[in-house]
Write a protein that binds this ligand. Sequence first.
Ligand SMILES: Cc1cc2nc3c(=O)[nH]c(=O)nc-3n(C[C@H](O)[C@H](O)[C@H](O)COP(=O)(O)OP(=O)(O)OC[C@H]3O[C@@H](n4cnc5c(N)ncnc54)[C@H](O)[C@@H]3O)c2cc1C
Length: 329
Amino acid sequence: MEGSSACVLGAGVVGLTTALLAQERGAKVTILADKFRKETTSDGAAGIFRPSPSFFIISPEITKELIHYSYHYYKKLSVEIDAGVKPVSGYFLSKINPSHVRNHLLEDVVPEYRSMTEDEMNQFPGGWKWGSYYSTLLIECRFFLPWAEKRFNERGGIIIEASISSFNDVKMYGNFDVVFNCTGYGAKFLCNDHKMVPLSGQIYKVDAPWCDKFIYGEEDTYIIPGYLLTVGGSRHFESFRTKPCPNDGAAIWSRAKALLPQLSPMQIRRQWVGVRPYRDGGVRVQTEIINGIKVVHNYGHGGYGVTSAPGTAFHALQLAEQLLAPSKF
Ligand SMILES: Cc1cc2nc3c(=O)[nH]c(=O)nc-3n(C[C@H](O)[C@H](O)[C@H](O)COP(=O)(O)OP(=O)(O)OC[C@H]3O[C@@H](n4cnc5c(N)ncnc54)[C@H](O)[C@@H]3O)c2cc1C
């Protein structure tokens, strides 16, 4: 990438990590996006580093490698005061099957992943049968996105607020050697990608600093500490909902309260709904030449974009270098 000019479409966690890595490889980078910071899906994410065992990027081997890369990328950032990355630990519980509390993508990566002790299991009411305890990282985009934008600017990056409706529009903003498409759900329209499915999710943000461990139960129930406690959740395919649904809210709260009875409605600060950029078949990290424009796609991270963004950015950069390398023939 040394000496090349790159345009990154998108300023969520995927766009910003791609932009930072491109700068580290010597590219002159411009970010083009129509939403920033609090307006992005990334901002609302709880930010726990936890891929679902079913998460998929290109192949099982590449998925593992890129998750590993992501973890170590964030681990290095955990010493930066303002980056919003810190260690966190907690519990994953199941009543249904012991395999639910295992995670083959995480077990070899994080410093500790073990079965819960009897005392640990007894903390939780409701007859849970199996449990894992592990330590991981929390990446709070509320802090990480501004930190990444600042670092990007300090390195001479250019940020342009604009909405584009085709890759040709990018030409209005410069002559770029390569364009990284990190538009999240926007890629459905930009690429006419029928595999993209909106997957909305609702959460509460709760003021409960006394809770410092994450707790996952079944039926998408999770409690994740941070600047505010994230209490979730829901998953609705084909849903673009942007306003909280009272029925979902009541169901989320009752499931969470069964897991952590100390939760009180007095502590609720807000509710939020976001649309996860889910892609059937997995994240798209792939090159394409569109009307002569060299494009590297990097979108479709579903519910695990914070976790996997540095890894897919790394892979996208490798593909860009191959695309830009002079042909030997
Ligand atoms: C309730 C909830 C909880 C979550 N919790 C977690 C979690 O704990 N851990 C985790 O790893 N993930 C989590 N996620 C998933 C995570 O939020 C997403 O995977 C991630 O934010 C996707 O990032 P992105 O950069 O691809 O998309 P976005 O953040 O949506 O950014 C897309 C960017 O592209 C720009 N863009 C799009 N189209 C255009 C266009 N045509 N022109 C110009 N700009 C355009 C937008 O303006 C924006 O800047 C959660 C999601 C939800 C909804």
